[in-house]
Design a protein around this ligand. Structure first.
Ligand code: NAP
Length: 335
């Protein structure tokens, strides 16, 4: 079965996912697009073999020719489209964030629970990265004993002019929060945010930041965000266990020894670093939809939990205090 996908939001990541679904991955066809900018939607559809342009996302979601929905519009619009897809009984892949407020995430969970089955998957692509998967296996196989600490590093060469200091948490560190919850299999209980000496390249951003978090079992987690570090896009992660440590390896395909130096490439940006993870993420989603499973990847609960950590992180950034993280009881649907 070819899954007929409708895409709401044809901006940067929407176009990248459309490219994947059309030219890289088997099992899906993009048959419909919609965007707040209709000219952009028409331009994107013109490059596809068989895609209709819909006047609104709601119209696309309710179209009988669409089996599953990809939401890649701007974050504040996600709730309405995800809820509409649930109401239509259609699987929906929503780019992160699931929604931009805790109450919107809870509303999505309420609707999905009422529908009685998982339909929503959130775009936390790090869970599909080969290195993170190997790191998780190392921990779950007990190779380094129980995890005691996890240090996560998220370094960007630069950020666009609309980037605000809150975005270091809600846009950047959100990936570290999600992947840490997944690696350790537990929730966070508190967060504190420390600002380093500011990078003069970041103007009024408080950059870099060091976030210090605790999990339910007491694991100490640090997340460093440096978003103006120029040298490249560098994702780091090391778990300190009772009997050893396990870290993401450096990435370059070759190690160069030359002129008294050893070097390896650092990715230019997140698209290069996670290109294979995005492919795997969408392929597994298509396969789950085709098999009738609805959604198997990061859930609405994961989107909700990440949003609560982000909200607490922003509060901690402004107050300088440690902020407790409290989640509602997890609905049975999310296991
Ligand atoms: P973008 O380039 O601005 O694209 C978003 C598109 O959605 C724009 O064309 C925008 O139109 C359109 N849009 C806005 N409101 C809409 C509405 N109500 N209905 C339909 N379309 C609407 O943004 P992006 O970088 O692709 O990001 C999109 C989402 O993906 C964000 O939630 C972002 O956080 C997420 N993302 C995730 C990753 C990841 O690593 N997983 C990476 C990048 C982005 P206008 O420009 O006219 O408003």
């Amino acid at each position: 079965m070819t899954v007929r996908v409708g895409v709401v939001g044809t901006g940067m990541i929407g176009q990248d996912h459309i490219r994947r679904l059309t030219r890289v991955l088997p099992g899906a066809e993009v048959v419909a697009v919609a965007d707040a900018n209709p000219d952009l939607a028409r331009e994107v559809a013109a490059g596809l073999p068989n895609a209709d342009v819909h006047p609104t996302g709601q119209n696309l979601i309710n179209s009988s020719g669409v089996d599953a929905v990809l939401v890649t519009s701007w974050g504040p619009t996600h709730e309405e489209y995800v809820v509409a897809a649930i109401a239509a009984g259609k699987p929906v892949f929503c780019e992160k964030p699931l929604a931009t407020t805790e109450s919107a995430c809870r509303n999505i969970m309420k609707e999905e629970v009422a529908a009685g089955r998982r339909l929503v998957q959130v775009g936390f692509m790090r869970r599909y990265d080969a290195a993170y998967r190997a790191l998780k296996r190392t921990v779950s196989d007990g190779v380094i004993g129980a995890p005691l600490m996890y240090n996560s590093g998220h370094r960007n060469p630069s950020v666009p002019s609309h980037y605000t200091k809150d975005m270091a948490i809600v846009d950047t560190a959100v990936h570290d929060f999600d992947v840490t919850r997944w690696l350790l299999g537990e929730e966070f209980t508190s967060v504190q945010v420390l600002a380093a000496k500011p990078n003069s390249l970041g103007e009024d951003l408080q950059d870099p930041l060091l976030m210090v978090l605790r999990t339910e079992s007491g694991v100490l987690v640090t997340v460093e965000t440096s978003v103006n570090i120029r040298y490249g896009y560098d994702i780091r992660g090391e778990i300190i266990g009772e009997t050893g440590t396990a870290a993401l390896a450096d990435r370059g395909p070759v190690v160069l020894r030359r002129d008294n130096q050893v070097s390896t490439a650092v990715p230019v940006d997140w698209r290069e670093r996670f290109v294979a993870a995005y492919d795997t993420e969408l392929q597994e989603w298509i396969d789950a939809v085709a098999s009738g499973a609805g959604a198997t990847g990061p859930s609405s609960w994961d989107g909700y939990a990440a949003q609560v950590v982000c909200d607490a992180g922003v509060a901690a950034l402004y107050s300088g205090e440690r902020v407790d993280i409290e989640l509602i009881e997890k609905p049975d649907l999310y296991g």
